[in-house]
Design a protein around this ligand. Structure first.
Ligand SMILES: [Mn+2]
Length: 326
């Protein structure tokens, strides 16, 4: 282990040993890595210090796919009037990502930040930030080892989930030799990877499928099928009994169609508020398009909000998109 990392872990462990009122937190719109890392670390600290008051702050709704995680009930809404000694932020590149958690952070005597995002702002007093790591769970794994706490089956299930999801089922380029050696050790604890994978990937709520069908059957194609536009209206949500979160994944599905260069999803948040998600594949700069409507993002994935009705918003965005196809 590199010396600086070892020193930061040593400093972090010293803080954990010193303080009893510990608050652990991760980002809004939680994913497998954020949930897996907060749960595993909380369990490890409880094992290390039985008397410590270890709390996990609930900052957002937990996607149903992850409710199977051991210890998930530890994630609770916390009382801001409680004494906060130590705040540990996981998988969050800046304090804005922490949602309500940022208020607890500003009360804390000390802050530890553990993360793998290259954009991490090092907002902790101690920062364990490793951008070469495919997931925060891999860093937490190393830290628990450093704490000399034995990784049990529950912790291993949480860590495995985070590593699995953040590496795209071990397919992304952030998957390394080390990722696999860590995972091998997690599997050795006896975790049921079949059941974990079924929970994460073979557990799509039927409402979401109905919404997908409804949305995709209304797919509009332009510019020789190079532009695909889909809409999720409040009426569609009502009809399918789905929620707006269930539209997650639709825009990438449209992008993945072979002829498509630009995919556009318009979400009717309310009658006069339309959220637009844009994806592109090869040459269209969708960040440039969304900037025109006060939004932002990356060249291949961007978004904006248009205040107006669905039809108006669609017309406005489409006009901008089609400029690249003339
Ligand atoms: Mn992550």
């Amino acid at each position: 282990m590199i010396d600086q990392l070892k020193k930061n872990m040593e400093d972090a462990l010293r803080l954990i040993n010193r303080y009893d009122n510990i608050f652990i937190c991760s980002h809004i719109q939680p994913d497998g890595d954020s949930l897996g890392s907060i749960l595993a670390l909380a369990m490890a600290i409880k094992k290390l210090k039985e008397k410590a008051n270890v709390n996990i702050i609930r900052v957002d709704d937990i996607p149903s796919d992850f409710l199977f995680l051991p210890g998930i009930d530890m994630i609770k809404e916390q009382d801001i009037n409680e004494e906060v000694d130590l705040f540990i932020a996981l998988d969050s590149s800046d304090t804005k990502r922490l949602g309500i958690g940022a208020e607890f952070l500003s009360k804390a005597k000390s802050v530890i930040c553990i993360d793998h995002h290259i954009t991490n702002e090092n907002f902790g007093d101690i920062n364990i930030v490793l951008s070469s790591s495919g997931s925060t769970c891999e860093i937490v794994y190393k830290f628990i080892k450093y704490m000399d706490v034995e990784i049990d089956k529950d912790m291993a299930s949480c860590l495995y989930t985070g590593i699995n999801t953040d590496t795209g089922r071990f397919m992304y380029s952030n998957t390394t030799y080390e990722t696999h050696t860590i995972v091998a050790e997690l599997i050795e604890t006896g975790i049921d990877i079949n059941s974990i994978n079924m929970n994460i990937y073979q557990n799509i709520p039927i409402e979401r499928v109905k919404l997908f069908l409804e949305t995709l059957s209304n797919l509009e194609l332009y510019a020789d099928d190079k532009v695909g536009v889909v809409v999720v209206s409040q009426e569609m949500l009502y009809k399918t009994n789905a929620s707006m979160e269930d539209s997650e994944g639709i825009v990438s599905y449209v992008r993945d169609i072979n002829t498509i260069e630009v995919a556009c999803l318009l979400k009717e948040m309310s009658e006069n508020e339309i959220k637009v998600s844009l994806r592109s594949k090869r040459f269209v700069d969708v960040a440039k398009i969304s900037t025109k409507f006060g939004g932002g993002g990356h060249v291949r994935a961007a978004g904006c909000t248009i205040y107006g009705n669905l039809e108006t918003a669609k017309k406005m965005v489409l006009e901008e998109i089609l400029k690249d196809f003339r």
